[in-house]
Design a protein around this ligand. Structure first.
Ligand code: M6R
Length: 639
């Protein structure tokens, strides 16, 4: 039996003034059904750990009470605690895995948070901006708040609202109407052993519908082992889960329209499948991811059919400027998109870091097409950039890998990449599929606007269809790259050089190395070398050079061969990525990585792969956590 003492089974602690914790990125799971809630929730949290891994916690309803455990650090700490001090068995529960933004990753800051009586448990994604006022009001009404956290305020408000309504969903609606800010919430009440309630504003929350059971989670990966039937919740909706029913309303209690969908991948896609790391699996999946992203978008005659691009052709013909916004790896895909869009459509195209975009008062109007690229569809900077663009009248097309996420929902149209779930924090297959989607959009714009002839499009489409096989071949030849990476594990710095589309590839290679190997890594446009960076070159400094095809723009090739000679003359150890048969680079390469011949614009699809393998192997050699690099989370839902 769960004792009726205040705060049972909860290791929460009192925290100091000003220690206001704000949870913005994390994973949430809720379950009601016939299975052990703890097993389902902990397994779900494992699948969501990519969203944050600073602390984790669970709460289950059992024997008329509520039991909770939470621990700082990775999920494994929580699992250990649950073995040392097992929770009573129950079939309704919630859980949370956290990425700390404000407030350290401590046991006390971990979720769930409980009310004083220990009858309500709540997990939260977001920031309750008016929590201080609400807290003061609760204190006046006699509540004793144990922490300064905004989430704890919600637990108290829910307890209060439930005591007057006796209805957990109505209590949640009442509370949501009082809250300001971002708050995706999932809660249970000890008096309602077969109910989980949730509310969504901003961060994602998806319902899974099973036979006699239902799930709530930040991502379908959390429940994909149990059901592939999902319901996407919209903004400002409250959901009540029971074993046999799912009821969704708006915050005023009006029935809400929801989108039901079938998840088109299964549990094995979200598992390591025999690989040591998700990243290795995801690198290996790239040929299929590229092929899947092309699938169904090209007809027998080689013409493009992007049915999802719901922006009318007449509107696309009026577009006079394209702006691409994205962050991190997706931004590098956007940089490459600029080359393709300008070359194939003759439209001016700017690519901008989403985090900078709206702060510089960009010039946008209804003739601007904004392309927002995001694997997760949740990146806050990209979301804010697209909102700003739409406010200025621009049309927004999202390129996204996550069905039903916020960025596609708020865009005028979406082209989904079909990479399948990407779990490793370092983006790999998502990047390649973002590139494919960018090429398709560029070609589609060219097709719609008449700047590309059908036979030109067919040629590029044919070249794209060869990419899965080419990536496969690259992957088969990676052992020397891995050996090289291991031999460089003691180095402090690696530089990356490229020209044209090879420049963003160099930036991507450097980003991968930074986030995985924690090494100083910089990418430069090779033409900029003599304007400063060449001063960094010293004896035996590894410099990776991405060499464009000698067949395409030979001037680019000649210039980069000169750059290789310049750095080698100053002692650099040159690691050259070049097209098979490019004899011109051989005399100046200390290490050669051959890649299959691809047209200049498409070369990033093959040239990036060795850089991913290189970074992954270096991280392993340096003893780093490959899938969950320090300080990072997969989805950056905070500005
Ligand atoms: O989900 P998004 O594509 O919007 O994420 C953008 C970046 O946070 C992401 O690409 C990040 O740079 C990767 N972890 C890099 O590997």
């Amino acid at each position: 039996m769960i004792p009726a003492a205040p705060r049972p089974f909860c290791d929460d602690a009192k925290r100091g003034e000003g220690d206001h914790e704000r949870i913005i990125m994390c994973g949430i799971v809720g379950y009601v059904g016939g299975q052990s809630a703890l097993d389902v929730v902990v397994a779900g949290l494992k699948r969501l750990e990519y969203r944050g891994y600073d602390s984790a916690g669970v709460a289950v309803l059992a024997d008329g009470g509520l039991a909770s455990t939470k621990k700082a650090g990775k999920l494994v700490n929580l699992e250990k605690a649950l073995v040392e001090q097992p929770l009573p068995a129950g079939t309704t529960g919630i859980g949370h895995t956290r990425w700390a933004t404000h407030g350290g990753p401590t046991d006390a800051n971990a979720h769930p948070h409980l009310d004083n009586a220990g009858r309500v448990a709540v997990v939260h994604n977001g920031i309750i901006e008016n929590f201080a006022g609400l807290r003061a009001e609760l204190a006046e009404r006699g509540h004793d708040l144990a922490s300064e956290t905004d989430t704890e305020v919600v637990a108290h408000l829910l307890a209060e609202a439930y005591s007057s309504t006796g209805d957990p969903a109505e209590a949640m609606r009442q509370v949501c109407r009082q809250l300001e800010g971002a708050f995706t919430l999932v809660a249970v009440h000890a008096d309602e052993p077969d109910v989980v309630v949730g509310a969504r504003r901003n961060s994602p929350l998806v319902v899974g519908v099973g036979e006699g059971e239902a799930f709530l989670a930040s991502d379908v990966a959390a429940f994909i082992a149990h059901t592939r039937s999902a319901i996407e919740l919209g903004q400002d909706q409250v959901v009540e889960l029971r074993r046999e029913s799912v009821t969704v309303t708006d915050f005023d209690g009006q029935p809400a329209e929801v989108r039901k969908y079938h998840v088109d991948w299964d549990a094995s896609a979200a598992e390591k499948g025999g690989y040591d790391y998700f990243m290795l699996k995801e690198i290996a999946e790239q040929p299929k991811a590229v092929a899947d992203t092309l699938l169904g978008r090209i007809d027998g005659s080689g013409a493009l059919h992007l049915d999802e691009v719901r922006i009318a052709p007449s509107v696309l013909r009026e577009v006079d400027k394209v702006v691409v916004v994205a962050c991190g790896t997706a931004y590098h895909a956007g940089m490459i998109a600029k080359y393709a869009i300008e070359h194939w459509t003759r439209l001016p195209c700017e690519t901008e870091l989403a985090s900078e975009f709206r702060y510089r008062d960009p010039i946008l109007d209804q003739r601007t097409l904004v392309i927002a690229i995001s694997q997760s569809g949740e990146t806050m900077d990209t979301l804010m950039a697209l909102r700003h663009a739409r406010e200025q009248g621009a049309k927004v097309l999202a390129i996204c890998n996550t069905n039903g996420s916020t960025i596609p929902r708020e865009s005028d149209a979406v082209l989904y990449t079909h990479a399948g779930p990407e779990v490793a924090v370092a983006s790999t297959k998502a990047f390649l599929t973002q590139l494919v989607a960018c090429y398709l959009v560029a070609l589609y714009l060219g097709q719609t606007r008449g700047t590309k002839w059908g036979d030109e499009i067919r040629t590029v489409v044919r070249q794209l269809s060869e990419v899965p096989g080419q990536v496969e071949r690259v992957l088969e030849t990676m052992e020397p790259v891995r050996a090289l990476a291991r031999s460089l594990a003691h180095k402090n710095t690696v530089l990356f050089l490229g020209r044209h589309v090879g420049y963003p590839v160099a930036l991507e290679g450097a980003l991968k190395l930074k986030e995985l190997a924690y090494m100083h890594a910089e990418g430069f446009a090779a033409g900029e070398l003599k304007h400063g960076p060449i001063a960094l070159i010293e004896d035996d400094l590894p410099v990776v050079v991405v060499v464009p095809s000698p067949r395409g723009r030979s001037v680019l090739h000649e210039k980069i061969v000169s750059n290789i000679q310049e750095i080698r003359a100053r002692g650099a150890r040159t690691i050259v990525i070049a097209e098979e048969g490019d004899e011109a680079v051989v005399p100046y390469a200390d290490h050669l990585i051959w890649i299959p011949a691809a047209p200049t614009l498409l070369q990033p699809l093959v040239a990036t792969v060795p850089l991913q393998v290189f970074a992954c192997e270096l991280a392993t050699a340096r003893g780093n956590e490959v899938d969950q690099p320090r300080n990072l989370a997969k989805s950056v839902t905070v500005e």
